[in-house]
Design a protein around this ligand. Structure first.
Ligand code: TYD
Ligand code: MG
Length: 455
């Protein structure tokens, strides 16, 4: 009897080893190696490989006919945007996110809504009935979508041949099993093998495949990094369970930019696309409140007005707390140090809480000035006008630095009815201030902003 061959795999990065090791030499994680059964290489396999070799041949790049990528729309504007303008045939797309965030809802909605395409939705997580109930809840039961509840890839490919779909959705990659490998569903070698089967399928047939993947507790996609290398696009669906907003961002995209963002609202009847995020991200204030400012940021190609809230209070315990949601806490510490050193505000004995509303995470440095002003507004207990907004980076010396695409930011602020905007003096080049319907405060130092705002 042939000996069963096993190997040890790092559950974190997918590295393989013949024996167990405590610390992964590849990713440095401890205790991540697990023994898994792997396929025994048989002569038949290598024969098939050499036959396959004979059918492919090297071609001059000049001889390869360039076809215009025939992207098709998913009928979901936010998803199309994040994908870089629609679905590319033959693309393998991984959709990751925490359990319960709405991955199945999003993909089922797309599967049911897509026009003139036959979709096969394969679920290893829910029964036909559950999917039907969800479809009813979404109000979309009349469509060209087939449901298959199956996890064995051999059976799945058999059904794919029958149905001949234009688009495939697999929920989720962790439930798949291939009979060529003995280890259990969700193990590294199963995920790797099943994904590569679908990779091959999508490339050979030009059919796009969406793979849904769960996120590990550390927040990395589907555990193994190896999946991220294998697929063309990695989409991350994220958001706060307590918030109704969900954000779809792309971490890797062979067919488009990774800076695009899709915003959805989770409602009783499914996910609604949010095409004008600024309007919902700004809370409507009846009276001016201290500690709140609005910044004009850019996410991907889109300008978005984002609200920042700060709360400064006297530290109750010896060590003051610095807590921030949606904004890098190190950057917050840096801005606090600038305020302390350059402007003489004694914030080191205060607790500082910072929150970007709507559950968004912002990396755009243009939010710096808004953050600083929110902190000072709370600290001085003086409200900043809700008709004022900010778009500038703050440097270590307290200088106000210019940010990119300032015209777009100003235009968005103007569109949403803001009456004044604070920008860097060095951003002014090429802007015709007089022709704008919004008052521009061009400033060079943090101190100037304070004297304008708080006198
Ligand atoms: P689901 O798509 O099952 O999450 P995932 O596949 O990422 O694990 O989403 C489940 C959550 O979405 C659940 O908490 C209920 C909520 N939900 C709505 O609010 N409205 C809806 O119409 C649907 C279908 C789900
Ligand atoms: Mg699900």
């Amino acid at each position: 009897m042939a000996k069963v061959k096993t190997a040890f795999f790092c559950q974190e990065c997918g590295a393989q080893s013949a024996k167990w090791i405590g610390k992964c030499p590849s990713c440095g994680e401890w205790n991540t190696y697990v023994e898994e059964v792997i396929e025994k290489p048989t002569p038949g396999n290598s024969l098939r490989a050499s036959q396959k070799l004979a059918t492919s041949r090297p071609r001059l790049i000049a001889d390869i006919e360039a076809r215009e990528e025939q992207r098709f729309t998913s009928a979901n504007k936010e998803l199309d945007r994040v994908l870089g303008g629609g679905i590319v045939p033959g693309a393998l797309i991984l959709v990751g996110g925490e359990p319960g965030i709405g991955k199945s809802t999003l993909m089922l909605q797309v599967a049911l809504n897509i026009p003139n395409k036959k979709v096969l939705y394969i679920s290893g997580e829910e029964s036909d009935l559950q999917i039907k109930m969800r479809a009813q809840r979404l109000g979309l039961t009349d469509s060209n979508c087939y449901i298959l509840t199956e996890t064995n890839t051999e059976t799945i490919f058999h059904h794919i041949n029958d149905v001949n779909p234009d688009l495939l959705v697999i929920d989720s990659v962790q439930t798949l099993t291939t009979p060529s490998i003995e280890s259990s569903a969700g193990s590294i070698s199963q995920i790797r093998e099943c994904s590569s089967e679908f990779q091959k399928f999508s490339k050979e047939n030009g059919i796009p495949v969406f793979l849904i993947g769960h996120i590990t507790k550390e927040g990395s996609l589907a555990g193994p990094k190896l999946l991220e290398h294998m697929v063309d696009t990695v989409l991350q669906f994220e958001g706060d369970h307590n918030h109704m907003y969900r954000i779809l961002r792309s971490q890797k995209n062979r067919f488009g930019s990774t800076s695009e963002l899709g915003i959805f609202e989770m409602r009783n009847d499914g996910l609604r696309e949010v095409s004008n995020p600024s309007e919902i991200l700004l809370t409507h204030r009846d009276e001016p409140m201290s500690g709140i400012t609005v910044s004009a940021t850019i996410e991907g190609m889109r300008p978005i007005m984002i609200e920042t809230q700060a709360l400064i209070s006297t530290a109750a315990y010896g060590t003051p707390q610095r807590s921030s949601t949606g904004f890098d806490v190190r950057r917050l510490n840096m801005l606090l140090a600038v305020l302390e050193k350059r402007c003489g505000f004694r914030l080191s004995i205060k607790d500082v809480f910072l929150n970007i509303t709507g559950g968004l995470r912002v990396d755009d440095p243009a939010i710096d000035l808004g953050v600083i002003c929110a902190i000072l507004s709370s600290s001085e207990d003086v409200a900043v006008s809700d008709k004022a907004c900010f778009a500038a980076e703050v440097g270590l010396t307290g200088e106000i630095r210019p940010v990119n695409r300032i015209e777009q930011r100003i235009a968005e602020a103007q569109k949403l009815g803001f009456e004044e905007i604070f920008i860097s003096r060095y951003s002014l080049k090429g802007i015709d201030v007089k022709s704008l319907g919004i008052k521009i405060h061009s400033v060079a130092k943090v101190e100037e902003v304070f004297s304008i705002l708080f006198g």
